[in-house]
Design a binder for this molecule. Structure first.
Ligand code: HPA
Length: 309
Protein backbone atom coordinates (compact mmCIF):
# COMPACT_ATOMS: atom_id res chain seq x y z
CA UNK A 1 0.00 0.00 0.00
CA UNK A 2 1.19 3.51 -0.81
CA UNK A 3 0.78 6.12 1.92
CA UNK A 4 0.37 9.61 0.50
CA UNK A 5 1.92 12.47 2.45
CA UNK A 6 1.56 14.79 -0.54
CA UNK A 7 -0.93 14.61 -3.43
CA UNK A 8 2.01 14.67 -5.85
CA UNK A 9 3.42 11.40 -4.60
CA UNK A 10 1.02 9.42 -6.75
CA UNK A 11 2.20 9.87 -10.33
CA UNK A 12 -1.29 9.15 -11.68
CA UNK A 13 -2.69 12.17 -9.89
CA UNK A 14 0.45 14.15 -10.58
CA UNK A 15 -0.23 14.04 -14.34
CA UNK A 16 -3.61 15.71 -13.98
CA UNK A 17 -2.28 18.19 -11.41
CA UNK A 18 0.56 19.13 -13.76
CA UNK A 19 -1.95 19.63 -16.58
CA UNK A 20 -3.99 21.97 -14.40
CA UNK A 21 -0.90 24.05 -13.52
CA UNK A 22 -0.02 24.14 -17.23
CA UNK A 23 -3.45 25.49 -18.14
CA UNK A 24 -3.07 28.19 -15.49
CA UNK A 25 0.23 29.28 -17.07
CA UNK A 26 -1.11 29.06 -20.62
CA UNK A 27 -3.99 31.38 -19.82
CA UNK A 28 -1.50 34.06 -18.70
CA UNK A 29 0.38 33.96 -22.02
CA UNK A 30 -0.21 35.70 -25.34
CA UNK A 31 -1.42 33.26 -27.98
CA UNK A 32 1.85 32.95 -29.90
CA UNK A 33 3.81 31.85 -26.78
CA UNK A 34 1.42 29.24 -25.56
CA UNK A 35 3.48 26.37 -26.88
CA UNK A 36 7.17 27.34 -26.58
CA UNK A 37 9.64 24.69 -27.78
CA UNK A 38 12.54 25.43 -25.43
CA UNK A 39 12.90 25.35 -21.64
CA UNK A 40 15.89 27.05 -20.03
CA UNK A 41 16.59 26.54 -16.33
CA UNK A 42 18.72 29.39 -15.01
CA UNK A 43 21.20 28.29 -12.35
CA UNK A 44 22.78 30.38 -9.55
CA UNK A 45 23.58 33.84 -10.89
CA UNK A 46 22.59 32.87 -14.46
CA UNK A 47 19.13 34.43 -14.56
CA UNK A 48 20.31 37.38 -16.66
CA UNK A 49 19.24 35.47 -19.76
CA UNK A 50 15.66 36.38 -18.92
CA UNK A 51 16.53 40.06 -19.50
CA UNK A 52 17.27 39.22 -23.12
CA UNK A 53 13.75 37.87 -23.75
CA UNK A 54 11.56 40.09 -25.93
CA UNK A 55 7.94 40.84 -25.04
CA UNK A 56 8.27 38.67 -21.98
CA UNK A 57 5.65 37.70 -19.44
CA UNK A 58 6.73 36.84 -15.87
CA UNK A 59 4.76 34.57 -13.58
CA UNK A 60 6.02 34.21 -9.98
CA UNK A 61 6.07 30.61 -8.74
CA UNK A 62 4.00 31.79 -5.77
CA UNK A 63 1.05 32.37 -8.15
CA UNK A 64 1.22 29.03 -9.94
CA UNK A 65 -0.89 26.27 -8.41
CA UNK A 66 1.26 23.51 -6.83
CA UNK A 67 4.62 25.22 -7.51
CA UNK A 68 6.87 25.51 -4.47
CA UNK A 69 9.02 28.61 -4.02
CA UNK A 70 12.80 28.84 -4.33
CA UNK A 71 14.43 30.05 -1.12
CA UNK A 72 18.03 30.39 -2.36
CA UNK A 73 19.80 33.74 -2.88
CA UNK A 74 20.50 34.14 -6.60
CA UNK A 75 17.34 32.18 -7.53
CA UNK A 76 14.47 34.56 -8.33
CA UNK A 77 11.52 32.14 -8.38
CA UNK A 78 9.53 33.03 -11.48
CA UNK A 79 8.78 31.73 -14.94
CA UNK A 80 9.65 34.13 -17.73
CA UNK A 81 8.18 33.39 -21.15
CA UNK A 82 9.18 35.36 -24.23
CA UNK A 83 11.19 35.33 -27.45
CA UNK A 84 14.93 34.77 -27.42
CA UNK A 85 16.37 35.48 -30.85
CA UNK A 86 12.77 35.18 -32.16
CA UNK A 87 12.33 31.69 -30.68
CA UNK A 88 9.60 31.33 -28.01
CA UNK A 89 11.20 30.03 -24.82
CA UNK A 90 10.20 29.51 -21.21
CA UNK A 91 12.83 30.24 -18.56
CA UNK A 92 12.78 29.05 -15.00
CA UNK A 93 14.43 31.93 -13.21
CA UNK A 94 15.31 30.07 -10.06
CA UNK A 95 15.10 26.32 -9.53
CA UNK A 96 14.11 24.19 -6.58
CA UNK A 97 16.53 21.95 -4.67
CA UNK A 98 15.90 19.10 -2.26
CA UNK A 99 18.27 20.72 0.26
CA UNK A 100 15.71 23.52 0.69
CA UNK A 101 13.44 20.90 2.23
CA UNK A 102 11.32 20.25 -0.88
CA UNK A 103 10.50 16.63 -1.62
CA UNK A 104 12.17 15.28 -4.75
CA UNK A 105 8.70 15.13 -6.37
CA UNK A 106 8.01 18.80 -5.64
CA UNK A 107 11.51 19.71 -6.86
CA UNK A 108 10.85 18.31 -10.33
CA UNK A 109 7.15 19.21 -10.53
CA UNK A 110 7.87 22.42 -12.54
CA UNK A 111 9.72 20.29 -15.11
CA UNK A 112 6.66 18.07 -15.55
CA UNK A 113 4.52 21.18 -16.01
CA UNK A 114 6.91 22.66 -18.56
CA UNK A 115 6.96 19.36 -20.43
CA UNK A 116 3.19 19.78 -20.91
CA UNK A 117 3.54 23.45 -21.88
CA UNK A 118 6.23 22.70 -24.48
CA UNK A 119 4.83 19.43 -25.85
CA UNK A 120 5.20 19.63 -29.63
CA UNK A 121 2.71 18.11 -32.09
CA UNK A 122 3.24 14.42 -33.06
CA UNK A 123 5.92 14.04 -35.71
CA UNK A 124 7.67 17.35 -34.93
CA UNK A 125 11.07 17.72 -33.23
CA UNK A 126 10.51 17.33 -29.47
CA UNK A 127 11.04 20.33 -27.19
CA UNK A 128 14.55 21.08 -25.96
CA UNK A 129 15.43 21.31 -22.28
CA UNK A 130 18.54 23.34 -21.38
CA UNK A 131 19.76 23.33 -17.76
CA UNK A 132 22.48 25.65 -16.50
CA UNK A 133 24.08 25.41 -13.08
CA UNK A 134 26.97 26.52 -10.92
CA UNK A 135 29.36 23.71 -10.02
CA UNK A 136 32.60 23.05 -8.21
CA UNK A 137 35.51 21.94 -10.39
CA UNK A 138 37.02 18.56 -9.50
CA UNK A 139 39.03 18.01 -12.67
CA UNK A 140 42.45 19.52 -11.99
CA UNK A 141 42.54 21.21 -15.40
CA UNK A 142 39.31 23.16 -14.77
CA UNK A 143 39.62 26.88 -13.98
CA UNK A 144 37.14 29.14 -12.21
CA UNK A 145 34.98 30.70 -14.91
CA UNK A 146 35.29 27.76 -17.31
CA UNK A 147 32.25 25.95 -18.67
CA UNK A 148 31.57 22.23 -18.69
CA UNK A 149 29.03 20.69 -21.05
CA UNK A 150 27.69 17.60 -19.29
CA UNK A 151 28.18 14.40 -21.24
CA UNK A 152 27.27 12.13 -18.31
CA UNK A 153 26.40 12.25 -14.64
CA UNK A 154 26.61 10.36 -11.36
CA UNK A 155 23.32 10.55 -9.50
CA UNK A 156 24.46 9.97 -5.92
CA UNK A 157 21.13 10.63 -4.18
CA UNK A 158 19.37 8.64 -6.93
CA UNK A 159 21.63 5.63 -6.48
CA UNK A 160 20.85 5.79 -2.77
CA UNK A 161 17.07 5.89 -3.33
CA UNK A 162 16.23 9.60 -3.58
CA UNK A 163 15.10 9.36 -7.19
CA UNK A 164 12.55 11.55 -8.99
CA UNK A 165 10.96 8.58 -10.81
CA UNK A 166 10.49 6.50 -7.67
CA UNK A 167 6.88 5.47 -7.18
CA UNK A 168 4.16 4.52 -9.66
CA UNK A 169 5.16 5.13 -13.28
CA UNK A 170 2.82 7.05 -15.55
CA UNK A 171 3.31 5.67 -19.07
CA UNK A 172 1.76 8.85 -20.51
CA UNK A 173 5.10 10.46 -19.68
CA UNK A 174 7.57 7.69 -20.35
CA UNK A 175 8.73 4.15 -19.59
CA UNK A 176 9.27 2.61 -16.16
CA UNK A 177 12.92 1.81 -16.84
CA UNK A 178 14.30 4.88 -18.56
CA UNK A 179 17.76 4.50 -20.11
CA UNK A 180 20.17 7.21 -18.98
CA UNK A 181 23.21 6.14 -21.00
CA UNK A 182 22.20 8.61 -23.74
CA UNK A 183 20.84 11.35 -21.46
CA UNK A 184 22.94 14.21 -22.79
CA UNK A 185 22.00 14.58 -26.45
CA UNK A 186 25.09 14.34 -28.65
CA UNK A 187 23.86 16.69 -31.35
CA UNK A 188 22.91 19.37 -28.81
CA UNK A 189 26.36 19.10 -27.23
CA UNK A 190 27.93 19.56 -30.64
CA UNK A 191 25.67 22.57 -31.29
CA UNK A 192 26.76 24.12 -28.00
CA UNK A 193 30.43 23.83 -28.98
CA UNK A 194 29.70 25.21 -32.47
CA UNK A 195 27.81 28.15 -30.94
CA UNK A 196 30.70 28.80 -28.52
CA UNK A 197 33.07 29.00 -31.53
CA UNK A 198 30.74 31.14 -33.62
CA UNK A 199 30.11 33.66 -30.84
CA UNK A 200 33.83 33.92 -30.01
CA UNK A 201 33.29 32.72 -26.42
CA UNK A 202 35.43 29.61 -27.02
CA UNK A 203 38.48 31.79 -27.70
CA UNK A 204 38.34 33.53 -24.29
CA UNK A 205 36.82 30.89 -22.02
CA UNK A 206 37.81 27.28 -21.38
CA UNK A 207 34.97 24.91 -22.37
CA UNK A 208 35.15 21.20 -21.58
CA UNK A 209 32.88 18.19 -21.70
CA UNK A 210 32.62 16.15 -18.53
CA UNK A 211 30.84 14.17 -15.86
CA UNK A 212 28.70 15.97 -13.27
CA UNK A 213 28.29 14.43 -9.83
CA UNK A 214 24.94 15.33 -8.27
CA UNK A 215 25.08 15.53 -4.47
CA UNK A 216 22.32 16.58 -2.11
CA UNK A 217 24.14 19.45 -0.34
CA UNK A 218 23.71 21.97 1.21
CA UNK A 219 27.24 21.63 2.59
CA UNK A 220 30.05 21.92 0.10
CA UNK A 221 32.19 18.80 -0.07
CA UNK A 222 34.87 17.82 2.40
CA UNK A 223 38.29 17.21 0.88
CA UNK A 224 37.88 13.45 1.27
CA UNK A 225 34.50 13.61 -0.48
CA UNK A 226 36.03 15.56 -3.35
CA UNK A 227 38.80 12.97 -3.70
CA UNK A 228 36.17 10.22 -3.67
CA UNK A 229 34.17 11.94 -6.42
CA UNK A 230 37.31 12.33 -8.54
CA UNK A 231 38.16 8.65 -8.03
CA UNK A 232 34.66 7.80 -9.26
CA UNK A 233 35.14 9.69 -12.48
CA UNK A 234 33.45 13.04 -11.78
CA UNK A 235 34.81 16.27 -13.27
CA UNK A 236 32.48 18.68 -11.47
CA UNK A 237 30.06 18.56 -8.55
CA UNK A 238 26.80 20.34 -7.83
CA UNK A 239 23.46 20.17 -6.05
CA UNK A 240 20.97 20.29 -8.92
CA UNK A 241 20.18 19.49 -12.55
CA UNK A 242 20.26 15.68 -12.58
CA UNK A 243 16.68 15.16 -11.26
CA UNK A 244 15.52 17.76 -13.81
CA UNK A 245 17.32 16.02 -16.66
CA UNK A 246 15.82 12.66 -15.67
CA UNK A 247 12.29 14.06 -15.62
CA UNK A 248 12.75 16.08 -18.81
CA UNK A 249 13.99 12.92 -20.56
CA UNK A 250 11.22 10.84 -19.08
CA UNK A 251 8.77 13.42 -20.46
CA UNK A 252 10.26 13.04 -23.96
CA UNK A 253 12.39 16.19 -24.20
CA UNK A 254 15.87 16.48 -25.69
CA UNK A 255 18.30 17.53 -22.98
CA UNK A 256 21.42 19.67 -22.69
CA UNK A 257 23.14 20.82 -19.49
CA UNK A 258 25.99 23.21 -18.86
CA UNK A 259 27.93 23.88 -15.67
CA UNK A 260 29.71 27.09 -14.91
CA UNK A 261 32.72 26.25 -12.74
CA UNK A 262 32.45 28.80 -9.95
CA UNK A 263 35.09 27.40 -7.60
CA UNK A 264 37.68 24.66 -7.57
CA UNK A 265 37.19 21.96 -4.96
CA UNK A 266 39.96 21.53 -2.42
CA UNK A 267 41.34 18.01 -2.40
CA UNK A 268 44.65 18.16 -0.48
CA UNK A 269 44.28 16.17 2.75
CA UNK A 270 44.31 18.47 5.78
CA UNK A 271 47.64 18.43 7.63
CA UNK A 272 49.29 19.95 10.69
CA UNK A 273 52.58 20.49 8.79
CA UNK A 274 51.48 23.31 6.48
CA UNK A 275 49.93 26.71 7.16
CA UNK A 276 46.46 26.50 5.64
CA UNK A 277 45.33 30.06 6.41
CA UNK A 278 45.63 31.12 2.74
CA UNK A 279 43.30 28.42 1.37
CA UNK A 280 40.07 29.75 -0.15
CA UNK A 281 37.21 27.52 0.92
CA UNK A 282 34.06 27.37 -1.22
CA UNK A 283 31.48 30.03 -0.39
CA UNK A 284 28.14 31.00 -1.90
CA UNK A 285 29.41 34.58 -2.38
CA UNK A 286 32.30 33.27 -4.49
CA UNK A 287 29.90 31.10 -6.50
CA UNK A 288 27.59 34.06 -7.27
CA UNK A 289 30.51 36.36 -8.17
CA UNK A 290 31.97 33.87 -10.66
CA UNK A 291 28.54 33.21 -12.15
CA UNK A 292 27.88 36.94 -12.63
CA UNK A 293 31.11 37.31 -14.53
CA UNK A 294 30.43 34.46 -16.94
CA UNK A 295 26.68 34.87 -17.29
CA UNK A 296 26.93 37.08 -20.38
CA UNK A 297 28.97 34.47 -22.24
CA UNK A 298 26.57 31.67 -21.34
CA UNK A 299 23.72 33.89 -22.51
CA UNK A 300 25.52 34.64 -25.80
CA UNK A 301 26.05 30.95 -26.55
CA UNK A 302 22.48 29.94 -25.72
CA UNK A 303 21.00 32.87 -27.67
CA UNK A 304 22.96 31.75 -30.73
CA UNK A 305 22.35 28.03 -30.22
CA UNK A 306 18.62 28.49 -29.96
CA UNK A 307 18.19 29.29 -33.65
CA UNK A 308 19.82 25.96 -34.62
CA UNK A 309 17.63 23.53 -32.73
N1 HPA B 1 30.01 21.79 -4.60
C1 HPA B 1 28.68 21.56 -4.78
N2 HPA B 1 27.89 22.42 -5.39
C2 HPA B 1 28.43 23.55 -5.88
C3 HPA B 1 29.79 23.84 -5.73
C4 HPA B 1 30.61 22.92 -5.07
O1 HPA B 1 31.83 23.11 -4.89
N3 HPA B 1 30.01 25.05 -6.32
C5 HPA B 1 28.80 25.46 -6.82
N4 HPA B 1 27.85 24.56 -6.55
Amino acid sequence: MITKSSPLESDMEAYEIAQASTEFIRMKLPEDYRNPSVVIVCGSGLSNITNALEDSVSIPYSQIPHFKESTVAGHAGKLVVGKLNKVPVVCMSGRLHTYEGHSITDTVFPIRVLSHLTKQPEGEVPATFIATNAAGGLNKSYRVGSLMVLNDDINFPGLAGLHPLKGPNDERYGPRFLPMSDAYDQSLRQKFFDAAEETGVASRRQINEGVYAFVSGPTYETRAESRMLIAMGADAVGMSTVPEIIVARHSGMRTLAVSLITNVCITEPPTLDKDESGIEHASHAEVIAAADEAAKDVQAIITHLITKL
